[in-house]
Design a protein around this ligand. Structure first.
Ligand code: FAD
Length: 475
């Protein structure tokens, strides 16, 4: 009798405990990718950019599975029903999967786990997505951590995460079906408009793309990571986030790859990098302990915050037309590549929340739809962190000045010139504040403010005062 392996957020062969367990059982293996897009409770459909990624990642996964002998079966629908039908069709007597930690996904899996014994089917689930189960980390008084530093200390005092597993060498094929959906029928790729053209220039979805990114990062970038990671004009970070979001690589693989003996100059980089993986762990920890992290203020004092309804300004923000070059460059990088540098994510989020007084949930929703790495935990926790409404958050009254941030982190303007080409000919001095350039300088650079590039949609000093006044209401 065959064993069914469910794939969801774990589109890889390496370090895949569910797949390795199925392979080690000696039984025929039926690998199934199950797309369960039911929208209930706090869940929502996969965003547009992730759908693009999913299409290509599934293609890559199927290719790798075929090479091992067992092609991928695609199924869409309610998990419990699809699995029941598969069991009836194939006579499988075991179902295995890697656990999910987003609350709607975890709930579906719990229901499945409860249903299978009634059908006399064995089931087993495994970790793989985060280093430690959230329930394993508690404060001295038994409650959940709310602050990153003690959480990180506690995580480091846990036994070292397990070693990653190699991919299985071969899989025994089940020769009698089941039939698979056709990937193209799922229509995951955007059509009207097809805004994904730039994605393929930057990304190689799939496990091989993920391992390449990791090794390039370890070989070429880890040494300078602590110093350069805040610079959007330098490709200094790993860009592993979409691969992690789709489970094409695991935190176990990353953790151990940064623990191997390194040159002196690389150790600081490896340690800083692990701390960032620690932030991801913290986001999942917060989400598991607060399932509504993506929709409700963690700090309920923010429930009375006087958010403004400003559709025109929200639209200008989304389209990279705020008149603040670093904000616009970030929003256009997001649209063109499906990704944005972390420092710039903080700047654009702060701008939306504090300069425009638009509810953080509007920004979180836009990121959800446009990021190839959109992640239920990281996105929600990070937006709340910037808003000041989250756990261990940046204080609300710390308001980024977009001009100073641009000048500090994009000092030569390379980042702005790449994504806001209509300003490219401006001298560095005016690049982050074109409205201060003299008329003849603007003319020479072919910049006509209000026509070729917008005037700032809000005045920084006035917006700052308004934000501080609004913040008073939450105190
Ligand atoms: P690296 O610097 O190479 O870091 C390695 C990994 O560590 C990342 O891939 C990521 O998994 C994790 N990591 C790094 N920084 C953070 C952080 N601040 N918080 C949590 N984990 C981190 N990240 C997402 O993966 N998905 C999201 O939807 C997401 N939304 C965000 C929204 C806002 C408003 C902000 C400010 C940040 C958001 N982040 C999100 C966190 C961070 O910006 C990205 O993880 C990072 O930019 C990814 O690039 P990288 O892989 O090159 O990072």
């Amino acid at each position: 009798k065959p064993v069914i392996v469910l794939f969801r957020h774990d589109l890889r062969l390496g370090d895949n405990r569910a797949l390795s367990t199925a392979s080690d059982s000696g039984k025929p293996v039926i690998p199934v990718f199950l797309l369960d897009e039911r929208v209930s409770g706090n869940s929502r459909p996969t965003g547009g950019a992730r759908r693009w990624w999913l299409h290509h990642s599934l293609t890559a996964l199927d290719f790798s599975l075929q090479a091992l002998g067992a092609p991928l079966v695609l199924k869409r629908g309610r998990t419990e029903e699809v699995v029941s039908t598969l069991i009836n069709e194939t006579g499988a007597d075991m179902v295995v999967w890697n656990r999910r930690y987003d609350p709607p996904g975890a709930k579906i899996d719990e229901a499945l786990q409860a249903q299978l014994p009634h059908q006399a089917i064995a089931s087993k689930s495994f970790e793989g997505h985060i280093l430690h189960e959230p329930s394993a980390l508690k404060t001295g008084s038994g409650g959940p951590y709310r602050v990153y530093t003690p959480f990180w200390r506690a995580l480091n005092s846990m036994p070292d995460p397990r070693d990653p597993l190699p991919p299985p060498r071969a899989l025994k094929r089940w020769p009698h079906g089941p039939t698979s959906d056709k990937l193209d029928d799922w229509v995951l790729l955007p059509k009207h408009p097809d805004w994904s053209k730039g994605f393929a220039e930057v990304w190689v979805p799939g496990e091989h793309g993920a391992l390449d990114r990791l090794h390039t990062f370890l070989d070429d970038k880890i040494r300078d990571y602590p110093e350069d990671r805040d610079r959007p004009d330098i490709e200094a970070t790993s860009r592993l986030s979409p691969h992690l979001a789709h489970g094409e690589i695991t935190p176990f693989q990353i953790w151990h790859a940064t623990k191997i003996p390194m040159h002196d100059g690389e150790r600081a980089g490896a340690s800083k990098f692990r701390q960032e993986i620690g932030w991801r762990e913290f986001s999942y920890y917060l989400l598991c302990n607060n399932p509504k992290l993506g929709s409700e203020n963690y700090n309920t004092a923010f429930d009375v915050f006087p958010w403004e309804n400003r559709p025109d300004q929200l639209s200008a923000w989304k389209h990279g037309k705020t008149g603040y070059p670093i904000v616009d460059a970030g929003m256009r990088q997001l649209w063109q590549t499906g990704w944005m540098h972390n420092r710039v994510r903080m700047i654009v989020a702060s701008f939306l929340i504090k300069h425009l007084l638009i509810d953080w949930r509007s920004g979180e929703g836009w990121f959800w739809d446009t990021l190839v790495d959109a992640d239920a935990a990281n996105n929600a926790a990070s937006w709340q962190w910037v808003a000041g409404s989250g756990a261990d958050a940046a204080p609300y009254f710390r308001i980024f000045n977009p001009v100073l941030q641009g000048e500090k982190f994009d000092p030569k303007g390379d980042y702005v010139r790449e994504f806001v080409p209509e300003l490219a000919a401006l001298p560095d001095k005016y690049l982050h504040q074109p409205w201060t350039a003299p008329e003849d300088t603007l003319k020479k650079a072919k910049v006509d403010l209000g026509k070729t590039y917008p005037e700032p949609i809000v005045d920084h000093q006035r917006a700052r005062k308004q934000a501080l006044a609004a913040f008073e209401k939450t105190r």
